[in-house]
Each structure stands twice: as C-alpha cells, then as structure tokens.
Design a protein around this ligand. Structure first.
Ligand SMILES: Nc1ncnc2c1ncn2[C@@H]1O[C@H](COP(=O)(O)OP(=O)(O)O)[C@@H](O)[C@H]1O
Ligand SMILES: [Mg+2]
Length: 224
C-alpha cells in the first residue's frame, strides 16, 4: 500500500526533519503515527499525500514509485487517498452536507450516491441534524467530524488523518477512532497522526513512532 525507504526531508537548506524513515503500511492495516510536536508527523503525511517531495529516499504508493509519476499520475494516486487536515479546510460557503458531498461531486458520482452516503456518514459521526448548517456555526469538534466525513465519503484506499482527535474531548476521540475502525473494516488502510502517545497506546494498533524525524521504538513507559 505504502512503502517508504530511507526517506529524508529537509525544507529549504535547513536540517533534515525526517531521516532514514523506512516503513511499510500493509493493505487494510490500521496504524498510529506518534511523536512529540515537531517530530515530523505532518511532514510524513504530506509526503505520502504528495503535497511535499522527499529530499531523498523512495516512496512507493499503490505500487507506483512517486518519483516516476507525472502530474496526471500523481493526481490519480492522490484521488485514492482521503486526508483529514489538522486545520480541517472546510469550505465556508458550503453547508455541512455539501462539504461532505464535495469529493463525490468532483468525482462525478450520481446524486443517488450523495443521497445514500451523506446522511449515513452524518449519523456515524453524530452530526445528524447538522447537515444544513454552515461550518462557521459548528464547534471545533463538529468541524473536525465534518472534515473526517469528507475524507472518507469516497471510501478511499488510504486514509491519512493529522491530529484528528486534537480538538475533542476523550469520549469523542474514542468515537472518532471507532469511525476510523469502521472505515478500516470496509477496506481502507488508516494512518492517524497524533502527538498523544498515551492515547494511541490505549489501542492495540501498530505504531510508527517518530523522534526528531527518525523512527524509534515507543518508550516503555508509554507502551500499552
Ligand atoms: N514548511 C516548512 N518549512 C520549514 N520547516 C518546516 C516546515 N514544515 C515543518 N517544518 C519543520 O519541520 C519539523 C517537523 O514539523 P512537522 O512535520 O510539522 O512535525 P509534527 O507534525 O510532528 O509536529 C519542525 O521542526 C518544523 O518546524
Ligand atoms: Mg503536525
């Protein structure tokens, strides 16, 4: 699904913020990407989402070496990925329902698919009754759930989520992980970045743990 080999990243002429990252995400797997603030989690997600290029190393996405992919091929790869951005990136002038439906409409999905999928997702995420509201009328946690719904509405092959439990309380964070588990059972490979190592440790999923840009064993104290 995703193969990283000796991936390094430096921004501009700066120091390497990712160093020798080698990891494989298996199809259908469920993974946490943990590490303190500044460890390189967002950078790694951006590289997998083709928003940043690695400075060195090899990234293979769905069997394609991204260095060999032209713009068209990169767009095709990106369409197979759902991304939950840390800052949500909702469209302010679209309702909750239309924000969630946007990836379906861009893909030219029939209206029937929108009518079937969007209410189901609203229900999963505890947003029933909020479909006609605009993002400005929602709390941070609600906006985050809309961002998650939009990222999964097309049942992507790979879901990347950057701190998706960052602006919600503990109970809601657990609900969100259940939503990710549900989409994972439907076949989507899931990678969730969180600085909350202890939270990730409550679940039995594999962890990629970054320390100052390099993969490292999870500290014993933080292990489940
Ligand atoms: N666009 C950028 N330009 C320069 N440095 C950056 C940029 N984005 C992130 N960094 C630096 O890269 C390091 C890793 O950041 P980031 O990937 O955001 O970590 P995390 O998501 O784990 O907090 C940090 O030192 C950060 O300051
Ligand atoms: Mg980050």
């Amino acid at each position: 699904m995703v193969r990283l080999e000796n991936v390094g990243k430096r921004y501009g002429g700066g120091v390497e913020v990712l160093r020798d990252v080698t990891a494989t995400l298996e199809p259908g797997g469920f993974y946490f990407l943990t590490g303190a603030s500044g460890a390189g989690k967002t950078t790694l997600l951006k590289i997998v989402h083709l928003a940043e290029r690695p400075s060195r190393g090899t990234v293979t996405l769905f069997g394609t070496n991204i260095a060999t992919a032209d713009r068209t091929a990169q767009s095709a790869l990106r369409r197979r990925i759902g991304m939950v951005f840390q800052d949500f990136r909702l469209i302010e002038h679209l309702s909750v329902r239309d924000n969630i439906a946007l990836p379906l409409r861009i893909a030219g999905a029939p209206d029937r698919e929108v009518r079937d999928n969007v209410p189901e997702l609203l229900g999963w995420l505890g947003l029933s009754g909020k479909g006609d509201l605009y993002p400005a009328a929602l709390s941070g946690g609600e906006q985050q759930r809309v961002a998650i719904a939009r990222a999964i509405v097309r049942r992507p092959d790979l879901l990347l989520a950057d701190e998706p439990t960052g602006s919600v309380d503990d109970g809601l964070a657990t609900l969100l992980v259940q939503v990710f588990e549900q989409i994972n059972r439907l076949g989507t490979t899931v990678l969730i970045a969180t600085h909350d190592v202890a939270f990730a440790g409550r679940f039995a999923y594999r962890r990629l743990h970054l320390e100052a840009g390099a993969l490292a064993p999870v500290a014993a104290a933080a292990a489940p």
